[in-house]
Ligand binder design. Structure first.
Ligand SMILES: [Zn+2]
Length: 342
């Protein structure tokens, strides 16, 4: 089985975006705010939006199951207040849940949280609990910067975030550390802010001792870990200066990287530098980079091709990247598969 740990619902019917635009337009006039019940998307519309997009590409490319979360750039936690985010996340999570019910063999949910800048993360717990207990979601997306590129929250190692971590440990779910739209003109959302955040999250963990407090806490750092694998020597050297343990002991029991790197040399580097136990297959399809690479003739985000072609992994190690590691990092996914005899 090939598990893609990083997919978003980027192909929702236009009515979702229209509802969100009405919500944003009414921020200063709450009486004009749309109701949740104003948004009606039928099962047929949901099916259509997936069948000709993500599911079609999964079948063409040979992946089986995607851990599916709301569209990351649409989370936009910086917009409005907690209530804005709360209503919006509940709508988006429910759509992912319905998709996981319509295509139970192909999609399983991960939750967007109703984060809001300056608001205590413990306000996210009810939605997190609902998604795990009622929807059977197997992970969450945690935004380390709900201000959208202005980095106003404390680092991930700060006690500020502990209520979320306590719940993650209790439920045995990992968090993908995933920012949303940048509202800082200096940072392009998917080309800079996402990769900056991946690198930043890793460094925040490196300088701290978060995993001493939470030995079983798990973070998936997406987009191949941002700059981390490429600069592994820098990070090792910085850890040494800070008298931290070796990175394999300090961070690699808790931090994992996905394979959303869109060219062969990038995957070759990732699989050479980062231990195979810490690499999870993913494509983030259909995401930021939708085009066809003229050098290869294949889609940039057809990441399975790069795993297949790399010389750094044996057949058994590829199986680990495709399936084994995901089942270890997402125990609730493993349990759901086992319950189906898989
Ligand atoms: Zn993503």
């Amino acid at each position: 089985m090939i598990i893609d740990c990083h997919g978003h619902y980027t192909t929702s019917p236009k009515s979702l975006e229209d509802w969100r635009n009405r919500q944003i337009a009414a921020l200063n006039n709450p009486t004009a705010s749309p109701k949740i019940s104003d948004l009606i998307i039928s099962d047929d519309e949901l099916k259509e939006s997936i069948a000709v997009n993500q599911l079609k590409k999964m079948q063409e490319r040979g992946s089986d199951l995607t851990i599916f979360s709301p569209r990351a750039s649409f989370m936009a936690h910086h917009i409005g207040d907690f209530n804005t985010s709360s209503t919006w996340s509940s709508i988006c999570n429910e759509l992912c849940y319905r998709i996981s019910q319509l295509f139970p063999d192909n999609f399983i949910g991960a939750a967007m949280l109703p984060q809001s800048p300056g608001i205590d993360p413990k306000t996210c717990i009810p939605e997190l609990e609902r998604c795990v207990k009622e929807y059977g979601f197997v992970g969450i997306n945690l935004n380390p910067d709900p201000s959208g590129g202005h980095w106003k929250e404390p680092p991930l190692s700060d006690r500020h975030w502990y209520p979320i971590y306590e719940k993650m440990v209790e439920y045995d779910i990992p968090a993908m550390i995933h920012v949303s739209t940048s509202c800082n003109a200096c940072f392009h959302t998917t080309g800079a802010h996402y990769l900056n955040a991946d690198t930043t999250a890793f460094m925040q963990c490196l300088t701290a001792d978060l995993f001493k407090d939470f030995p079983t806490l798990k973070f998936v750092i997406p987009h191949g870990g941002g700059a981390v694998p490429y600069h592994w020597g820098r990070f090792r050297g910085l850890a040494q200066e800070l008298k931290k343990p070796l990175l394999k002991d300090h961070l690699l029991n808790n931090i994992f990287f996905d394979t959303c790197v869109y060219h062969q040399p990038g995957i070759d580097l990732l699989t050479k530098v980062i231990p195979v136990d810490n690499i999870l297959f993913a494509s983030e399809m259909i995401g930021a980079v939708k085009g066809i690479d003229p050098e290869t003739g294949f889609y940039y985000d057809d990441t399975k091709r790069y795993i297949e072609a790399t010389q750094n992994l044996s057949v058994a190690e590829k199986h680990q990247v495709y399936e084994g590691n995901a089942r270890r990092v997402y125990p609730r996914l493993d349990a759901a598969l086992k319950a189906k005899g898989l």
